[in-house]
Unconditional design. Structure first.
Length: 97
């Protein structure tokens, strides 16, 4: 199994509605990309978050499925239209277990 973890830090002044819209569009990828085995996204409540306020975890069966997801047209649209315009920084970790 592959675990894909992404943490999002948003630009100052971004409205919560825009963040919620981004999260909803990311959630919708679960039904649109068959390579996704599980997907969760939510607000970080840790006090050690260093301004990374939303976390995403996506699970795949293989590295190949992760690559399929990363190149999938629906994923690329969400990244370009919903994520990049509102984030200041992003941190990603991928590992196999």
């Amino acid at each position: 199994m592959i675990e894909h973890i992404v943490l999002f830090k948003f630009k100052k002044g971004i409205e919560k509605e825009k963040i919620a819209e981004m999260a909803e569009n990311i959630k919708n990828l679960r039904s649109e990309i068959p390579a996704i085995k599980d997907l969760s996204i939510g607000e970080n409540f840790s006090t050690r978050n260093k301004d990374f306020s939303v976390g995403l975890v996506v699970r795949f069966d293989s590295k190949e499925d992760l690559m399929t997801y990363q190149k999938h047209p629906k994923h690329l649209v969400v990244i370009e239209e919903d994520v990049r315009p509102i984030i200041e920084d992003v941190l990603a970790v991928d590992y196999e277990f």
